[in-house]
Design a protein around this ligand. Structure first.
Ligand code: AMP
Length: 359
């Protein structure tokens, strides 16, 4: 008798794909990567890589034919690519979640429609709309964001009513913008959820997230926030996962406002940087959940055996690893990227400490 060994295909070659491939290897599952770059962080540890453009149907078909199921590790894969692949093999999460997560107004509307609060928002399709929409929203301070392709603070700028709208419009690329009310928040948190085909879920967090130059710098678990807010954040994330009939992993990023409310900011339809500590502080990491759920296995326990703080190693931080190597409770992860660039995520380190509240 043979053990059934699945092959999971992952679109994207970054560190999230790398860590999912490593988790898959532990389960005896092979990962094939599809990405445009040679020697990507994920393909360095994957069983096989298909190098091709996300629009190359011939190459995509070859990839799809060689795997059992397909997933993705970043959200800027064209939705058409996922729709094409879905005709050949199952893709998890499916095109609907990807489409929602790729376009900020669609994302905000979807969240609001299922009862999840966000910052108030409007859309400007030309520079002259910005002040008019802000007047209508009765706000003086806003964040303008490109509706697509924004990440790590790219494609966004603060804007005060009456600022030079034409200049801001041009600086953000001259396309459709979302105008969000500037939220007065005390902190930013995220919750990560894995959901399997039977609808069973495993939840990590809330996690407290601190950014430097708009890039995640530090994540702390547990987040030192009131229990009620924590329960609400988890409930909101579960509501979202059920609403999109998630198979796979997603993260919901949220603000806690000064007056104690939760506002959702962004959905990541994939594993999330704020969950990297799960590799070292849990028996089952977010990456193992990713592989399990898309490969048709049940979710595993998200229980933590340690508390944790994760620091991202960004740019030159990757050169200063000796202190982490010497530290007994530090778990160092480097992503196999040769070239150090400012703002580039090169690795992370997770510092473990005994559980303060083992309940
Ligand atoms: P995003 O690209 O939407 O994840 O935004 C990047 C960062 O900008 C967030 O992590 C926040 O620190 C900040 N930010 C985004 N939207 C708002 C908002 N409406 N009000 C205040 N700060 C925001």
């Amino acid at each position: 008798m043979n053990l059934e060994r699945k092959i999971v295909g992952i679109l994207g070659g970054g560190q999230l794909g790398r860590m999912s491939a490593l988790a898959a290897a532990r389960l005896g599952i092979k990962v094939y990567i599809y990405c445009p770059e040679e020697d990507s962080p994920a393909s360095q540890v994957a069983a096989r890589t298909f190098i091709g453009a996300y629009e190359d149907k011939k190459k995509l078909k070859e990839f799809a034919d060689s795997v059992d199921v397909i997933s993705y590790e970043f959200e800027n894969i064209p939705v058409e690519t996922v729709r094409y692949l879905q005709k050949i093999k199952p893709v998890y999460p499916d095109d609907r979640l990807l489409e929602i997560a790729q376009h900020r107004p669609t994302e905000k509307k979807f969240l609001n429609d299922i009862g999840i609060a966000t910052a108030r928002w409007g859309v400007a399709s030309k520079a002259a709309d910005i002040d008019a929409v802000m007047s209508e929203m009765k706000i003086a301070h806003a964040i303008l964001k490109t509706t697509r392709m924004g990440y790590d603070g790219k494609g966004q700028t603060k804007f005060v009513h009456g600022d030079d709208a034409k200049e801001a419009w041009k600086r953000l690329g001259g396309g459709e913008l979302i105008i969000e009310e500037l939220v007065d928040f005390v902190c930013e948190i995220s919750v990560i959820i894995a959901r399997d085909k039977l609808g069973q879920t495993a939840i990590y967090g809330p996690i407290l997230n601190e950014h430097r130059h708009h890039i995640l710098a530090k994540s702390t678990i547990p987040a030192p926030i009131p229990q009620e807010i924590s329960d609400n954040a988890r409930a909101m994330t579960r509501l979202l996962a059920d609403a999109v009939d998630l198979v796979g992993v997603l993260a919901l990023e949220m603000f806690i406002t000064r007056d104690g409310h939760l506002l959702a900011n962004e959905i990541a339809p994939r594993t999330h940087n704020s969950g990297h500590w799960t590799i070292d502080a849990c028996a089952v990491s977010q990456f193992e959940q990713h592989i399990r759920t898309v490969a048709g296995m049940p979710v595993g326990t998200p229980a933590r055996h340690s508390d944790a703080i994760m620091f991202n190693l960004i740019g030159m931080d990757a050169k200063k690893t000796s202190r982490w190597i010497e530290m007994k409770n530090a778990c160092l992860h480097l992503y196999g990227k040769d070239e150090i660039k400012e703002g580039r995520k090169m690795g992370h380190v997770t510092i473990l400490s005994p559980l303060k509240n083992p309940a």
